[in-house]
Structures are given as C-alpha cells and as structure tokens.
Design a protein around this ligand. Structure first.
Ligand SMILES: [Zn+2]
Length: 296
C-alpha cells in the first residue's frame, strides 16, 4: 500500500479574486495580498486553480486529501467571505478537501469561529501575526487559541524567514514572537508554515532551540526558500512526529521548471532529495497530520 498523502498546506482562491487580483484587492482594501500575488516588476509565481483542476492534479500525484487554507486577510469581512468559498469547495469533494478558516484575530473571534464551524471548517489558517497585527499578549489570540484547543482545531501560522531567499514583499514574523504565540497557548496545536521560516536552520551563534510540544512544522514552499537539507534538520530538531507535508499549491514552487502548479514535482523531490527513511516519509506525507486532526 502506498502511504496516505495529505497536503496540509494549499490555498483555495475564489474565482472572482483570481480574475483580476489588483482590482479585487483595491476594492477590498487588501493591499498586502496584492503585492505578494501580483508584483509589478516580476512575473508572479502564483498559479490559480479551481477545485476541478486541483482534484485532477491531486489524482495525478496520488494525493489523497488536501487542506484548503484561507489567507491572512487584514479584514474580517474578507475572511468571512473567503470561508464561504472554501466551504463550497469542500462540498464538491468532502472526502478529498479539508477546509480551514481565514480568521482575523483582532476582530470578534468567537463569532468568526462559530460561523466557520457552521460551514464545516476544521481548523484555522494561514494566519500572519505581522500582517494581521496580533501577538501573544492579545485578547483575540487568546480567545481563538482557547476555542481551537477546545475544538481540536489546528492553527496554521505563516512564518517568514530571516535569512536566505525570501519574498521581497514579505512581512517579518520574528522567531521570538512566533515562539511566544506557541508558548502562550500550550493546549492548542500550532503548525508553523514553511518549516517555521528558518527556525530550524542551523545557527551556530544561537543557543539551542527548545521547541514547545504543541508545535508542528509544515514543509510548504520549501524548495523556494531552503536547501533540501532542511528536511533532515527538521527531523533532527523537531522529531519524526512533528513534520508535515504541505506544498503551498497552487504556488509554482519550482518556478524555472513549472509552467503550471502541480503536486508531482514536489513529491518526487522529497522522495529523491531529502533522504528520509521510509517510516519517516510515511509519517511526513500523511500519518502525522491524520493523527493530529483525529486527536481528541
Ligand atoms: Zn505562508
């Protein structure tokens, strides 16, 4: 039996947003998103895929299920609107898609979370403390983390790297602030996107990192940001139970080789270049996420 593959980090973009990203972002006052997906001076590596194309890309690569993440919108109204779109995608293939909610932690979080639960969503993310303006001391963050712990909803946090290749318009998420969020909510399951920025990269000048027990790490967009050796580093520092497969589809994470986003190339890269033993590979590709979502 091939291992179960669950991609815990993909994005479902509504058609009306992908049709004209700049016009949409201007109308909804979501300037940061527009800068990331539609830069003026270089080609965008954002591909757009509707649910049908995404399912056929999943089939082609043997991906069983995918988490459709929301985005770190600056406004609650955009989050709520995006969540209805994610819920509609989930309805088209409820055994393949798992919906997570876009939430603005600075607004009325319990109303947002209850509405998302009503829509059938099962987690929160991707959130961004820099862009959405929250931190470990905020009442909104605490209320949200508490609610998520109670309902066993993982929270996916975007983490921006501090070295190496980074998106020129990326907004910082300092490591201390990220760790403070995790430590402030020990009962909540927290997934750090993109391997936690470069939290796991070797840093000779820093004291040994103590990773809180409630932290997990996804490998989304890793080939764009990190060398393949980060997989072994994550295994060593975080352990085989804490690493999760995520791609960032429909981002073209191999921009030179990919004209369209797909899952196949990243899975091939992971199998060929990261030297994970078969048991760890099975854990990374799906078993860890399955366990984390099923835990009560
Ligand atoms: Zn991200």
């Amino acid at each position: 039996m091939p291992p179960v593959i669950i991609d815990c980090h993909t994005h479902a973009y509504p058609r009306e947003l992908s049709a004209d990203p700049i016009a949409w972002a201007t109308k909804h006052n979501e300037a940061h998103w527009a800068k990331l997906v539609a830069p003026d001076k270089r080609p965008s590596i954002q591909d757009w895929a509707g649910p049908e194309r995404m399912l056929s890309d999943m089939d082609a690569a043997g991906v069983d299920q995918a988490v459709l993440l929301g985005w770190y919108w600056e406004h609650e109204s955009t989050c709520r609107w995006h969540n209805t779109v994610i819920a509609n995608w989930v309805k088209t293939a409820p055994d393949r898609f798992i919906g997570f909610a876009a939430i603005q932690p600075q607004a009325n979080v319990s109303a947002q979370l209850e509405a998302a639960a009503e829509l059938g969503l099962r987690g929160v993310g991707e959130l961004h403390q820099g862009v959405q303006g929250f931190n470990a001391d905020g009442a909104g963050w605490h209320a949200m983390a508490e609610w998520c712990a109670r309902h066993n909803w993982p929270i996916n946090l975007h983490v921006t790297g501090t070295k190496g290749r980074q998106h020129p318009d990326a907004v910082a998420t300092p490591h201390d602030a990220v760790l403070a969020l995790a430590r402030s909510a020990p009962r909540a399951t927290i997934i750090l996107a993109h391997w936690g920025g470069d939290l796991l990269l070797p840093a000779e000048d820093e004291v040994a990192l103590e990773i809180p027990d409630n932290l997990y790490f996804d490998c989304s967009a890793s080939p764009l940001l990190h060398p393949a050796s980060v997989f072994q580093q994550a295994l060593r520092l975080a352990g085989p139970d804490k690493i999760l497969f995520g791609s960032d589809y429909p981002l073209r994470i191999f921009p030179r080789e990919q004209s369209r986003a797909n899952f196949t190339q990243y899975l091939r890269y992971i199998k060929a270049q990261t030297h994970l033993d078969p048991e760890t590979l099975t854990a990374l590709l799906g078993e860890n996420f399955k366990r984390l979502l099923d835990q009560k």
